[in-house]
Design a protein around this ligand. Structure first.
Ligand SMILES: *Cc1c(COP(=O)(O)O)cnc(C)c1O
Length: 365
């Protein structure tokens, strides 16, 4: 099938040559050929994370590295900023790993305010806070630089889920001094599902060894030891690494700055489409996220009471395009367009037109 029909906010559409890269033969993962492949993966990923630090590669989905972040944070309580389904998941992970944790926020319509964070940090000492950069359930972006500066004033590490941020919107791991930032392969990186990537600051990894109960599979101290040999602690998902090496080279050719810019254009086009849709069909569709806090990789569109999100997704599917339904408590009241990864303006225009036609069809009956 031609590229440009699959607009889920994850997994995202993968280019054919990236898929084909996975047809290469198996290799011993303790040997020079593998180490060269892993070095290629590193050279592709570091500029995407904007870091000089190594990029850990976990053969798991992104949730695995969310757990690693919690398990390897130095001993102490965790402050969890919640403004959607994935930040709620991060809080649940902290709780289920047996960490003392406090949840703040809870309002899905906006990022947690810096004031709320500062009050919490003043009231109690925290080893780390969790934050979701781009909330895929709502399309909301939380700004990281001020938040990180604030947390560091209180000696609190910042653990960032940028699963639908990284490779689509700016992430400056080193310049913003993020303690740990993670993503999954199947979102804005436009790779198949199955790998997670993360970067720990030197400060974070230096204290990670103090954390008790780190377990084995998600022990970042081990990842750090092996990465200096261009290896992973356990058998990596080798086929996906072939794909990652090729995709890293594609992204380098595009340049990360132009990739961010393409996502900005796709997002702005989607917002104006929602505005036009209101006029075209005379129903109050809207962008769920407030306009000053929107993620450029995913848009959650609110569905007026006359319609239901699931029916819209099905009407669009009949036209040959895949879009996402709502997530969590927004399941039937929003649908989501994942305009991230390798999509183009041309492809986006086609899916948006198919969506408008599907909605018109539903309103006509
Ligand atoms: C998709 C997603 C996850 C979970 O990723 P898995 O790869 O399914 O574990 C976590 N956080 C955010 C923001 C996501 O979009």
């Amino acid at each position: 099938m031609a590229f440009g029909t699959f607009f889920l906010p994850g997994p995202t559409e993968v280019r054919r040559d990236v898929l084909e890269a996975m047809l290469q033969p198996m290799l011993p993962h303790r040997g020079a050929v593998f180490e060269q492949l892993f070095a290629r993966v590193q050279s592709g990923l570091k500029p995407i994370f904007r870091t000089q630090r190594p990029v850990y590669v976990s053969s798991s989905s992104a949730t695995g590295l969310m757990e690693a972040a919690i398990r390897c944070a130095r001993p102490g309580a965790i402050l969890c900023l919640v403004n959607g389904a994935f930040s709620e998941r991060f809080a649940n992970i902290a709780h289920s790993c047996g960490r003392e944790s406090t949840v703040i926020g809870g309002d899905w319509t906006r990022p947690v305010s810096l004031d709320a964070v500062e009050s919490a940090l003043k009231a109690k000492s925290y080893a780390a806070l969790t934050v979701v950069h781009s909330e895929t359930s709502t399309g909301t972006l939380t700004s990281l630089p001020e938040l990180t500066q604030l947390a560091h004033r209180y000696d609190c590490a910042v653990l960032v889920d940028s699963v639908t941020g990284l490779a689509g919107v700016p992430v400056e791991t080193d310049a913003w001094d993020l303690d740990f930032v993670l993503t999954g392969s199947q979102k804005a990186l436009a790779l198949p599902p199955g790998l997670a990537f993360g970067v720990a600051s030197e400060r974070f990894i230096a204290t990670a060894g103090e954390a008790i109960g780190r377990g084995l599979y998600y022990d970042l101290v081990e990842f750090e030891q092996y990465i200096h040999k261009n290896q992973t602690p356990n058998t990596p998902a080798l086929s996906l690494l072939y794909a990652t090496a090729v995709q890293g080279e594609h992204i380098a050719r595009e340049t990360i700055e132009r990739r961010w810019e393409r996502h900005t254009q796709m997002a702005e086009h989607t917002y104006s489409w929602v505005h036009e849709l209101r006029q075209r069909v005379g129903e109050p569709f809207g962008v769920y996220a407030p306009d000053e806090h929107r993620s450029h990789t995913v848009t959650a569109v609110t569905v007026p009471p006359a319609l239901n999100a699931d029916a819209i997704v099905k009407a669009v599917a009949k036209r040959g395009f895949v879009i996402g339904g709502g997530y969590g408590k927004l399941k039937s009241t929003t649908f989501r367009i994942g305009h991230m990864g390798d999509h183009t303006m041309e492809g986006l225009e086609a899916v948006l037109e198919a969506t408008a036609e599907g909605i018109e069809e539903l309103l006509a009956v």
